[in-house]
Design a protein around this ligand. Structure first.
Ligand SMILES: C[S@@+](CC[C@H](N)C(=O)[O-])C[C@H]1O[C@@H](n2cnc3c(N)ncnc32)[C@H](O)[C@@H]1O
Length: 278
């Protein structure tokens, strides 16, 4: 996987990590979101499920546990994510899961095979969303469902705006000039509906999930987690040594402000986008 952006998941990074298992931190980060998505996906025992941008596969495994008479195919362009997903599925004793390492913009899954395509924050990073969603649509059976979780717009996500603000160069003022990162590319329902409409999906519903993200049990753990975001590193790398030290201090202060008895949490807003193949 490419370097992580806010908010691609934490990625393995050599000596600091025992393996790609900061992804387990990512599962913890999204604990509230995951419950909401699981309810919305409403996987049935007989379902054939496609999980797009499955990462290390928490949603893939959960779908497989529900689709007891069906099966699940997880796809992700990151080989290291797929390898870990396979390992975790094996450890869970699942026999109805397969994984493919592929780019959803180019990979054409088996046509008209799937009852439902799901994704937890795996569909916002497409450079060519029309190609990717056309492939997904072809993979769905007539009337097959698409249920995906995406971030709402950046300014509705405290985790993004406040961390970026902490890392701005001294005196840079507001965050208004920051280009919209791909993580928020599905945040505007009108723009998202245009893509879905162009690729053969019915008018989508957008249900809000307003829930906090978890960054760690204390400030140190949260600092370690957030330090794994590539955008944090990129922003810090652009600062001179003095500015960088102040930015790190601001970041630590911010994390401390967000410390609650049960850990460090930031507000967030996501959409669950639900539609069907036309
Ligand atoms: C934010 S992560 C979410 C991972 C997983 N769905 C989860 O919730 O743990 C986004 C994932 O999408 C994958 N991804 C991004 N663009 C992709 C593409 N064009 N084709 C396949 N996977 C893609 C990334 O490799 C990454 O694993």
């Amino acid at each position: 996987m490419k370097a992580r952006s806010l908010h691609e998941p934490p990625r393995p990074s050599g000596s600091r990590d025992p393996g790609p298992f900061r992804m387990l931190d990512y599962d913890l980060e999204l604990q509230h979101h995951n419950l909401a998505l699981r309810r919305a996906c409403a996987i049935r025992a007989s379902d054939q499920v496609l999980d797009i941008g499955c990462g290390t596969g928490q949603t893939t495994r959960e779908a497989a546990q529900l689709a007891t008479a069906g099966s699940v195919l997880g796809i992700d362009r990151s080989n290291e994510m797929i390898e870990r997903a396979k390992q975790l599925s094996d450890e869970a004793g699942l026999h109805n899961v397969e994984y493919v390492c592929a780019d959803a913009e180019r990979y054409e899954p088996p046509r008209e095979r799937f009852d439902v395509a799901i994704s937890r924050f795996g569909t916002m990073f497409f450079a060519d969303p029309v190609a990717a969603f056309s492939n997904l649509r072809s993979a769905l059976r007539a009337d097959g469902r698409l249920v995906m979780m995406v971030w709402q717009q950046r300014d509705r996500n405290e985790w993004a705006t406040s961390i970026e603000r902490a890392l701005m160069p001294d005196g840079a003022g507001t965050t208004g000039s920051i280009a919209v990162p791909p993580a928020f590319s599905f945040g505007d329902p009108d723009a998202a509906r245009r893509i879905l409409d162009a690729t053969g999906f019915a008018t989508a519903t957008f249900d809000e999930v307003h829930a906090p993200v978890f960054y760690g049990r204390d400030v140190e753990a949260a600092f370690d987690f957030v330090s794994g975001f590539s955008t944090v590193n990129e922003k810090l790398a652009r600062l001179d040594a003095n500015e960088r030290a102040r930015a790190v201090e601001r970041l630590r202060d911010l994390l401390a402000e967000h410390r609650r008895a049960d850990g460090v949490w930031f507000d967030s807003r996501a959409w669950i986008v639900s539609t069907r193949r036309k």
